[in-house]
Design a protein around this ligand. Structure first.
Ligand code: COA
Ligand code: AMP
Length: 630
C-alpha cells in the first residue's frame, strides 16, 4: 500500500487500523477493542488489555531466538569505551535489577526517578521499572538540582536511580551533589537511591539511603514481568511549558507498545534485527521512544552513544558510528548537523568511512532549515527526512514514511500527517484555514495510541493547556500551514517555549529565575535566532529604582542564577539592562516584536503599544549584544 492508501485505511476504520497494528504485540490478555472514549475528552487505548513493556522489548526477542543479537551497543568516545549487550544478557541484567527493586518494596505503580548519563544502565533501569510495573521518570542530566527537585516533588518517587557523574567534553559533571541537593530541596524524600559508580568520578554515598548499584544487584533474584493494564502509565516525562512548573507527560503502556512498534518499519524503514540509532539522550522524548522503546520493542539493535557530534573527537564521529555498527536508519536533531557542518564545511571527514548501508537520516526536535537538509543530503547521499512531533505525542505527527513510500521531499516541510493524526490549521476563532494560510496547528481528538492521555496528577491543567482553546481538538502549540498537497510547514511556537539546540525550554521559567534576583524589578526573556542552536535565550532586565550597582555584575549574577537553578542546558548567557520593557496598553510584554528586532526582521509597531519609543531603546540594547547578527 502507498501512503495515501494507508492514511485512508486509518481514516475509514481507525479502530480496525489500530487493532491490526496491535497484533504485532505480545499480550497477556489481548485488548477487546482499541479506543476507550468513555471519559472523553480524556481518551485511552487498549485499556482492558494486560501486557508488559519489558516483555515486549526484551524477553519476547529471547524467546523468538534473538537472544544472541546485540540489543544495545554502547559507544562512548568520551570514555573510550565500547560494549555490546545481547538480548539474553539484557534480560538477565534487567530481571536482576527489577528483582532488587522489588525486594526493596518497589511495586506496580510506584514511581522511580532516573537521573543518569548516556550509559546502558540508564536503559536497564528504565526497562527494570517496566518489568515490575513501576513508573519511571527520567530527568535529563543537564538540568540543575532545582529542576530535579521540582520533578521529585511532582512524581513522589519511592526510589531514585542515578549515575555518579556525566561526562561533557573537557569536564566531568558530578551528578551526585546535584542529586543530594535536589533531595534536600524537595519536600518529598525517596526511600532509597541506587548509585551507579563510574570510575571517572565516584560519589560519596549517604549512609542508610544510598546503595552502590553493584551491591544492589549482586545477590538479587531475577523477577519475571508483571502484567499491567493497557492504560497503566509506562512513564512520566517532564517537559517545558509556559511556567517554571514543567508538565508531566504521561505515557500509557499499551498505546506506546503498539504505536512505536508500528513506526519502526513504516516510518523509519527498519526490519527487526537491523541497527537503529537515535543520537539523542534518554532524558528527552526522542531517547525514550527511539533509543529505548521503539527499537527494542521492534527487535532492533539500539545504540547508546555517549558523546557529541563534534569534538569527541571530531566532526567525523557520527560517520564512524554509522560505519562501525552498520546503522540502517539514523535519527538526530538538525543542530547536530549544523555543528558538524561548521567544523567540517566540505564534509571531508565522511570520506574516511563507509556509510553505504545507511538508508536515511531522520531529523526532528526543531525546525530543519533547508540549508542543513541539503548539506546532509549532499554529504551523506541518502534521503534526509524531517519529521515533526513533541514530547506529548511520543511519535511523529508528520513524517515522510520511508517504510511505506518515500514521498517527494519538500524542503522546510516535515511532509504529511501520519495515520492517527487528523491535522488542521485554525484561525483565532477556531475556523479552519485554507491551504497556504498560517494558523494554529491542531489535531482532531482523539489523539492516536502512544500519545499523552493526560498530565501526571494534573488533569485540569491538561485540559486547560491543550484541549480548551479549540474544543474537540488538541492544540499543539505550534503555528504553521498546509500546502495544496497536504504537506505541513511548522513555522513557530504560539507560546513561550523556545528550542535551543533541539532542547525544549521555557522562557517563562527563565523569567521566574531572573525575577528572583533582588535587583531585578521586571524582566523578559526571548528566543533569538542562532545559526548553530536554532534559538538562544536573551534576557532583558529592568532594575529596581535606586539600584546603582554595575550592570555587568548583575548580568553575570543572573546568568549564573539560571545555570544554577535550571541548568547548563538552558544556555542562558546573554542579558542586558534596559530602562523599560515594551508593552501593550493592557500591560502585555511585546516579546514577539522584540524577537523580530533582535533577528533584524521587518516588523510593524503594534497598534496597542503603550509607548513606541521603547522599541528604539530595545534595539539599542540589543546592539550592545551584537544583534541583529551580520
Ligand atoms: N549533563 C550535564 N551537562 C550537559 C548535558 C548533560 N547531559 N548536556 C548538555 N550539557 C551542558 C553542556 O556541557 C553545555 O554546557 P556549557 O554551557 O558549560 O558549555 C550546556 O549544557 C549546553 O549544552 P548544549 O546546548 O548541548 O550545547 P553544546 O555547546 O554542549 O553542544 C551541540 C552543542 C549542537 C553539539 C549539542 O547541542 C548537540 O549535540 N545537540 C544534539 C541534539 C540533541 O541531542 N537533541 C536532543 C533532542 S533530539
Ligand atoms: P519536544 O517536546 O522537546 O520534542 O519539542 C517539541 C517542539 O519542537 C514542537 O512542538 C516544535 O515546536 C518543535 N519541533 C519538533 N520537531 C520539529 C520539526 N521537525 N520542525 C519544526 N519544529 C519542530
Amino acid at each position: 500500500m502507498r501512503y495515501a492508501e494507508v492514511y485512508k485505511s486509518w481514516q475509514e476504520d481507525p479502530e480496525g487500523f489500530w487493532m491490526k497494528a496491535a497484533e504485532a504485540i505480545d499480550w497477556v490478555r489481548p485488548p477487546s477493542r482499541a479506543l476507550f472514549d468513555e471519559k472523553a475528552p480524556i481518551y485511552e487505548w487498549f485499556s482492558d488489555a494486560l501486557c508488559n513493556t519489558c516483555w515486549n522489548a526484551v524477553d519476547r526477542h529471547v524467546e523468538a531466538g534473538r537472544g544472541e543479537q546485540p540489543a544495545i551497543i554502547y559507544d562512548s568516545p568520551v570514555t573510550n569505551t565500547k560494549a555490546s549487550i545481547t538480548f539474553a544478557e539484557l534480560k538477565d541484567r534487567v530481571a536482576r535489577l527489577a528483582g532488587a527493586l522489588a525486594a526493596r518494596g518497589v511495586e506496580k505503580g510506584d514511581r522511580v526517578v532516573i537521573y543518569m548519563p548516556m550509559v546502558p544502565e540508564a536503559v536497564i533501569a528504565m526497562l527494570a521499572c517496566g518489568r515490575i510495573g513501576a513508573i519511571h521518570s527520567v530527568v535529563f542530566g543537564g538540568f540543575a538540582a532545582n529542576e530535579l527537585a521540582v520533578r521529585i516533588d511532582d512524581a513522589t518517587p519511592k526510589a531514585i536511580i542515578a549515575g555518579s557523574c556525566g561526562i561533557e567534553p573537557g569536564r566531568i559533571v558530578p551528578y551526585k551533589p546535584l542529586l543530594d541537593g535536589a533531595i534536600e530541596m524537595a519536600s518529598h524524600k525517596p526511600e532509597f537511591c541506587v548509585i551507579l559508580q563510574r570510575e571517572q568520578q565516584r560519589a560519596e554515598l549517604v549512609e542508610g539511603r544510598d546503595i552502590d548499584w553493584q551491591d544492589f544487584v549482586a545477590d538479587a533474584e531475577p523477577v519475571d514481568c508483571v502484567p499491567v493494564a493497557g492504560n497503566h502509565p509506562s512513564y512520566i516525562l517532564y517537559t517545558s511549558g509556559t511556567t517554571g512548573q514543567p508538565k508531566g507527560v504521561v505515557r500509557h503502556t499499551a498505546g506506546q507498545l503498539v504505536a512505536l512498534n508500528w513506526t519502526m518499519k513504516n516510518i523509519y524503514g527498519v526490519e527487526p534485527g537491523e541497527v537503529f540509532w537515535a543520537a539523542s539522550d534518554v532524558g528527552w522524548v526522542v531517547g525514550h521512544s527511539y533509543i529505548v522503546y521503539g527499537p527494542l520493542i521492534h527487535g532492533n539493535t539500539t545504540i547508546v552513544f555517549e558523546g557529541k557530534p563534534v569534538g569527541t573527537p571530531d566532526a567525523g564521529t557520527f560517520w564512524r558510528v554509522i560505519d562501525e555498527h552498520k546503522v540502517r536508519s539514523f535519527f538526530t536533531a538538525p543542530t547536530a548537523f549544523r555543528a558538524i557542518k561548521r567544523d567540517d564545511p566540505e564534509g571531508k571527514l565522511i570520506e574516511n568511512y563507509d556509510i553505504s548501508h545507511l538508508r536515511a537520516l531522520f531529523l526532528a526536535g526543531e525546525r530543519a532549515d533547508p540549508d542543513t537538509i541539503q548539506w546532509a543530503e549532499r554529504v551523506m547521499k541518502v534521503p534526509v527526512i524531517d519529521h515533526w512531533w513533541q514530547t506529548e505525542t511520543g511519535w511523529a505527527i508528520a513524517a515522510n514514511p520511508l517504510g511505506i513510500e518515500l514521498l517527494p521531499i519538500k524542503y522546510g516541510s516535515p511532509s504529511v500527517p501520519m495515520p492517527g493524526y487528523d491535522v488542521r490549521i485554525l484561525d483565532q476563532e477556531g475556523k479552519e484555514l485554507p491551504a497556504g494560510e498560517l494558523g494554529a496547528i491542531v489535531i482532531r481528538l482523539p489523539l492516536p495510541p502512544g500519545t499523552l492521555p493526560t498530565l501526571w496528577n494534573a488533569e485540569e491543567r491538561f485540559i486547560k493547556s491543550y484541549l480548551s482553546r479549540f474544543p474537540g481538538f488538541y492544540e499543539t502549540g505550534d503555528a504553521g500551514y498546509k500546502d495544496e498537497d497536504g504537506y505541513l510547514f511548522i513555522m513557530a511556537r504560539t507560546d513561550d517555549v523556545i528550542n535551543v539546540a533541539g532542547h525544549r525550554l521555557s522562557t517563562g521559567a527563565m523569567e521566574e529565575v531572573l525575577a528572583s534576583h533582588p535587583d531585578v524589578a521586571e524582566c523578559a526573556v526571548i528566543g533569538v535566532a542562532d545559526e548553530l542552536k536554532g534559538q538562544l535565550p536573551v534576557g532583558f532586565l529592568c532594575l529596581n529604582a535606586g539600584c546603582n550597582r554595575p550592570h555587568e555584575e548583575i548580568v553575570a549574577e543572573v546568568v549564573s542564577l539560571v545555570r544554577e537553578r535550571i541548568g547548563p542546558v538552558a544556555a542562558f548567557k546573554q542579558a542586558v539592562v534596559v530602562e523599560r520593557l515594551p508593552k501593550t496598553r493592557s500591560g502585555k510584554i511585546l516579546r514577539g516584536t522584540m524577537v523580530k528586532i533582535a533577528n533584524g526582521e521587518p516588523f510593524k509597531t503594534p497598534a496597542t503599544i503603550d509607548d513606541p519609543a521603547i522599541l528604539d531603546e530595545i534595539a539599542e540594547a540589543l546592539k550592545t549584544l551584537g544583534y541583529p547578527k551580520g
